[in-house]
Write a protein that binds this ligand. Sequence first.
Ligand SMILES: Cc1ncc(COP(=O)(O)O)c(C=O)c1O
Length: 453
Amino acid sequence: MAVKSITRKGAETAQPLGPAKESPLIQQWLARDAEVISPSYTRSYPLVVDHGRGAELWDIEGRRYIDFNAGIAVVSTGHAHPEVVRAIQGQAARFIHMSGTDFYYPMEIELAEKLDQLAPGAERHQTFLSNSGAEAIEAAFKLARHHSGRPRMLAFLGGFHGRSMGALSLTASKPIQREGFAPLVPGVTHAPFAYCYRCPLRLEYPACDIACVRYIEQELFQHSVPPREVAAIVVEPILGEGGYVVPPPEFHIRLQELAGKYGILYVADEVQTGIGRTGKMFASEHWGVEPDILCLAKGIASGMPLGATTARRSVMTWGPGAHGNTFGGNPISCAAALVTLRLVEQQYMANAARLGEVALERLRALQRRVPQMGDVRGLGLMIGVEMVRNPATREPAPALRDQIVQEAFARGLLILGAGASTLRFSPPLAISRTLLDEGLDILEESIMAALTV
Ligand SMILES: Cc1ncc(COP(=O)(O)O)c(C=O)c1O
């Protein structure tokens, strides 16, 4: 697909733009970035953004891209949704900051009321507000310990929960994320996740009868983890960073039963899966699971920083001063979140469910022609395609996956990897059928091109 030749101001240029990788202007920005930005950042391609609208972005020279990343599953309503922009502008003109830990303002209370209404379960909920996913997890970690008086945590291999010390202790996605940071918070044990395409226990679903949950009780609880010391099981409904891995339907149901049996709190990390991403407001709802603590961030405020830790009232038992922050529940973020939740609830959640089906069907059709597409899986607009060298051996194909990402970028589609060799789709929930189809056309071309390299 040819890159559209429009300038920053939208006027037609005489010459079509060349590839971003060869642009001297883009190279200049990359060089300046390398001088002053932390080298820990991970960039897959030289996208230097100028502006976005819906599911499209334009770089500083006017190249147009279809965005299947949404700022890593964040801009749920699309880039610069007019109603979100209006809410942000309106709130910024009234007051920008107030410190919700110390003072009151209506939109923070309204947001917590909305989350109370939306969170699964009959019991009323209370919410602690912060600025990011990692902070939402930190709050859950602390609350679980504080409420239960128990020190230990269970999390899962392949799980990603953020990079602050508590959250990082729960994260077990890639060794590079932990390397050099020990000692982490003690008392965290990781169990195998229900990654059926690559079962860590080498079993087959459904004959396995969800052995990965039984492993917790029959192995961990028997040998190394006293269950009465476990405060919480922290789990992503679908592995995000770990490769967009959808577990079988029984997994979370059994896990919550196990947690209940031992008085352990069930903490759903819905930072990536929440807010309509999977076609329901929370992915937990696909299985009828009711988390004791729900962690939210990413898509909740269309890109404004906001984290939320929503717990059953009988769990949120800490008193004044036990936890707090300066910026959490920023009034502009809350205003953006209220509009985002309304738009997602009224339209975009259903759009994600419908277009997710369309995308899955199309990718599965393509998989029949491309055996290197080892596994196609997803719920709503959270879809992963795991690339393999050979479908029989399932040997991961990270180089092929990375090449597809580059081919897509060169053709005007933004997509990223997750896990060892998975392509991940997390477009804005508001994406139109036309743009989805156009993006999938580019992806198909990109896969074919990468296979010939
Ligand atoms: C499931 C999950 N939890 C927590 C986090 C951490 O969120 P943040 O990057 O906002 O700290 C992420 C980020 O990717 C995530 O995907």
